[in-house]
Ligand binder design. Sequence first.
Ligand code: BTN
Length: 331
Amino acid sequence: MSTKEKVLKYLEDTDSKYVSGQVLAKNLGFSRTAVWKSITDLRKEGAQIEAVTNRGYHLVRKSYKLSKEIIASSLPDLDVYFFDEIDSTNNYCKFLASKDKSRNALVVSNKQLKGRGRLGRVFESPSGGVYFSLLLNTKKSSVDNLLVTSAASIAVSRAIQKVCNIETQIKWVNDIYLNSKKVCGILTEGIIDMEAGRIAAMVVGIGINFVTPKKSFAPELVPILTSLYENESKIPLDVSMNELVVTVIVELLKIWNNIEDRSFLDEYRKRSNVIHTYVNIIREGKSESAYVEGINASAHLLVKLDNCDEIVELGTGEITLRLNNDKIASI
Ligand code: BTN
């Protein structure tokens, strides 16, 4: 980690307290000139660092940018890759896996030029959002592997709650909703070991609209997409994008390491915005109305289709689920 990044991390970690240049220099093992130069450079990059005589420095706003070093130092077991822009963080994970499937890695970007969504759709990924993919080596059963997307939905919801103090809902199976609009999408892809005939690793790609300006969404998506924060001035000073990414990964790994016990599914059901509602199920281009009875231990949807008393179990497969208040289907 560079001197500058260490100073930034120290200021982030001390929350809103003031730290003198002397304390920073002593605790980080740098000269006071090096600390002063770092503060000057960080300010030039946009960090709001206040200096008050006899009190010291104070980071006014935490989230001003993503930092590879801050994320990497909080997740020492992962190889962290950071880009200002990239085609797709999922693609980069696949490239890493083509070299070594056994290492877990996190790829983070400020922007994606060819962000990918479910069912071959485009995932718009302008600046203001945070886009990241976890390359996760797996030796678990295929049934457990299939639960990773639902686990990621819970991890994202928990992280948004912990870091931003915002309550979100999950639209089965992998969309995170805020005030009836989509704020995050998740795309999981499997990497197969052909010789062993099993999934060797998975790429869990997550895109969160953090402070994405409305004007950067395609006009037809504006009514159905939202951001955690409408603009920078609305971001609480102590909310950090870095902390958000780290918390998602920590929560995801926590659930993943105990995925066999399925205990996260109760929380998944509580956060679901589709249980006990009418939805439209779109399969092979055909739309059917259905009532959602519940979500089972495989995270499959249990629905009663119109004109049918039987309960039908639906896996994620090629289904699009549209809430009755959704304006369009293709998100
Ligand atoms: C969806 O809503 O259809 C899923 C969207 C998943 C988007 C994320 S952003 C990070 C990762 N890279 C991609 O290209 N896609 C995923």
